[in-house]
Design a binder for this molecule. Structure first.
Ligand code: CUA
Length: 317
């Protein structure tokens, strides 16, 4: 069980201001709960095994009033007050970039807001600099994540960085991420949303601010390679109906933007490392790798065509 206490997806190994507060709250609740539990068990033991014979009405009523009413009221009111005073600080306005994130079935659409394009964010998640399933944020800044969804309710959760926030169709929720150290952290969908809910992961990459700026600028560029047989087959075989690769004829808006897919650590929403073999396997039969995925299998294509497409995708850094 202790292996769950550290690592890229553990709330016990915080790397963000909000996650640290949540963890402190957890430890205090756990310590308080344990202390009260020991007292209650002690009192029960005393009542069962201790002094026999009748108790006076007075001492019985005193125990109920103090132990059963006053004590829980004071403890719970104190915890409520403490929890409430924590909230304004956690919801303080961001001083860093704004990133729109749309939770889809079953992946994450990402758009980095661009200066002078404020309308982008209100109409989630079109516009901005598009990406998917990997979110870069700058160290030492408060990044605002604007969350929504076009289909069902999902929940955005990066345990080492912050608490959960739901992505709800028809509204925009905001969550502020303030990382305290660089690294790559795992995120997950924390609200059951359909068959592939379990496989709806993503990565958050925390880097120094200059590196973040350079990353967004590189993601804004068109694809590195836009010709060759892989690119042609991608469009011919219908991949372009769902996926965009900027700089080619592929401009589908249903699935993830693949313009820089090879620059991401994973494919299939955090499921597989980005390799040419994994691209090929996913094209052949996505359903076998990610049960419940919306992408159909393309195993009907000749193997050389799958390889050509996979090799081209592998070049899209
Ligand atoms: Cu999306 Cu669970």
């Amino acid at each position: 069980m202790l292996t769950g206490c550290q690592g890229a997806q553990s709330a016990f190994d915080p790397a963000g201001v909000e996650a640290e507060r949540v963890l402190t709250l957890f430890w205090i609740m756990l310590a308080g709960g344990t202390a009260i539990w020991i007292v209650v068990i002690g009192v029960s033991y005393y009542a069962a095994r201790g002094k026999s014979g009748p108790y006076s009405d007075r001492s019985g009523i005193r125990l109920i009033v103090w132990g059963g009413c006053v004590f829980p009221a004071v403890v719970l009111a104190g915890l409520l007050w403490w929890g409430l005073t924590m909230m304004p600080e956690l919801r303080r306005a961001a001083d860093g970039p704004t990133i729109a994130v749309s939770a889809e079935r079953f992946w994450w659409r990402v758009a980095y807001a661009v200066e002078g394009e404020p309308g982008v964010i209100r109409n989630l998640p079109r516009g901005g600099v598009p990406s998917a399933n990997e979110i870069w944020i700058p160290l030492g800044k408060r990044t605002e994540i604007l969350l929504s969804s076009p289909d069902v309710i999902h929940s955005f959760w990066v345990p080492p960085l912050a608490g959960k926030m739901d992505a709800i169709p028809g509204r925009v929720n905001r969550l502020v991420l303030e990382p305290t150290r660089p690294g790559v952290f795992n995120g997950a969908c924390a609200e059951y949303c359909g068959t592939a809910h379990t496989y709806m992961g993503f990565r958050v990459v925390v880097v120094p601010e200059a590196e973040f700026e350079a990353y967004v600028a590189s993601q804004a560029l068109p694809a590195a390679t836009t010709d060759g047989s892989g690119a042609r087959l991608f469009v011919q075989n219908g991949c372009a109906a769902c996926h965009t690769v900027r700089g080619t004829a592929a401009d589908g808006d249903v699935g993830p933007d693949l313009t820089h897919v090879a620059s991401r650590r994973t494919i299939a929403a955090g499921l597989l490392p980005t390799t040419v073999e994994n691209f090929a396997a996913f094209i052949r039969s996505a359903e076998h790798i990610k049960p419940g995925v919306e992408m159909p299998a393309f195993g009907i294509l000749p193997e050389e065509e799958i390889t050509a497409i996979a090799q081209w995708l592998g070049k899209l850094e």
